[in-house]
Design a protein around this ligand. Structure first.
Ligand SMILES: NC(=O)c1ccc[n+]([C@@H]2O[C@H](COP(=O)([O-])OP(=O)(O)OC[C@H]3O[C@@H](n4cnc5c(N)ncnc54)[C@H](OP(=O)(O)O)[C@@H]3O)[C@@H](O)[C@H]2O)c1
Length: 334
């Protein structure tokens, strides 16, 4: 398979910290260019990150015919617009989460995908983690019993008013639910292997910044499974999930991240007197590198991509139901 040639829109922090090093470490991908709204910023970022070309506007980069793949790490309210423009320019697009903020936007992107034949994916690197794929298989095969309950948190501390998470209101994708609450939700839905039918939600908003800084929710799945999650931006970092079957408790540390330096895994506990009864270990892997390689493979061969628009549609319906439930104070149907 030929090397996939990538361009990035914006000089984002996440690209610098995670996506660029992983893309550059992949033998299957090549990072060709970055674009910024500011020409000098693009040039400086390109130099700092060893990117051959820089462009002073996103349009200019989209006009480069040598680039086939676009990665979009822009603020959340710009995701759909620039995904649309990149696909119309003939590119496959991997866009950061949350890809869209409404069902209508996702349906529009599905129509665009059908018309253009280009792949559109949502960048949940977590979905490419071999450890979580292993856990999902155990649940599918009922090797750890029947999954009935999941609890997930994603907490961090961020009260910087200039940060994109605080600078835009919830309606434009700001706040903790759209930024980090999405992780326990995407993993929980995956592990249960079905979509929740009903949700409830508690939400605290920062009085000055107009974003949710602490949100908790409950989800009911059709086969009787229950899930709770919490996310917030005024807390010490916490990123773990716990799953319960009729036999075991499964603890997954740093659930949303893989370990690219050393082996990692999860532990299975029996009842309180038994302690750890099984321990699963996986080889070190970089979920961001797997994500871009899997995306390019799917674009070239048509094999399904786990961050599909169908997954985005189901995930977004859950988030919108949670936002509705936070306002109504009632359980809401998804
Ligand atoms: N997958 C993950 O692990 C992960 C982790 C963190 C964040 N994310 C996602 O990545 C995206 C970016 O997050 P980030 O923290 O990297 O943001 P960031 O550092 O603020 O980067 C956003 C970039 O968008 C461009 N931009 C265009 N219009 C803008 C506007 N009106 N305001 C601010 N920036 C604008 C800017 O580049 P120029 O001005 O140079 O054009 C800026 O560098 C978000 O969607 C977030 O949810 C994903």
């Amino acid at each position: 398979m030929r090397k996939s040639r990538w361009g990035i829109l914006g000089t984002a922090d996440i690209a610098r910290r995670q996506f660029i090093p992983s893309l550059q470490a992949s033998g299957a991908c090549e990072l060709v260019a970055v674009a910024s709204r500011d020409k000098a910023r693009a040039a400086e970022y390109a130099k700092e990150n060893n990117i051959p070309l820089s462009y002073g506007s996103y349009e200019e980069l989209l006009g480069d015919p040598s680039i086939e793949f676009i990665y979009i790490p822009l603020p959340n309210h710009l995701h759909v617009e620039w995904t649309r423009r990149a696909v119309e320019a003939g590119k496959h697009v991997l866009c950061e989460k949350p890809l869209a903020l409404s069902v209508e936007e996702i349906e529009e992107l599905m129509a665009l995908r059908a018309k253009s034949g280009k792949l559109i994916g949502e960048a949940y690197a977590t979905l490419h983690q071999e450890r979580l794929q292993g856990l999902r298989e155990l649940f599918v095969n009922k090797e750890l019993g029947s999954l009935s309950s999941a609890h997930g948190v994603f907490y961090l501390y961020n009260d910087n008013p200039q940060d994109v998470r605080n600078a835009f209101p919830c309606e434009e994708g700001g706040g903790s639910l759209w930024d980090i609450g999405v992780y326990p939700l995407v993993v929980g839905r995956w592990m249960f292997g079905e979509e929740p039918v009903e949700v409830a939600c508690l939400m605290e908003r920062d009085p000055l910044l107009n974003v949710d800084n602490h949100t908790s929710g409950l989800l009911r799945f059709p086969n009787g499974g229950q899930m709770s999650f919490a996310c917030g931006m005024r807390h010490p970092l916490a990123t773990q999930m716990t799953f319960y079957t009729d036999k075991y408790r499964i603890e997954v540390d740093r659930t949303y991240f893989s370990n690219s330096d050393e082996e990692y895994g999860f532990k299975v506990y029996g009842d309180e007197t038994e302690g750890v009864v099984k321990s699963y270990t996986f080889r070190a892997s970089d979920q961001y590198r797997l994500e871009c390689e899997n995306f390019a493979r799917s674009a070239y061969t048509g094999v399904p991509f786990s961050g599909s628009l169908e997954n985005t549609l189901n995930q977004t319906k859950v988030i919108l139901a949670l936002l509705k439930a936070a306002n109504s104070g009632e359980f809401e149907r998804v």
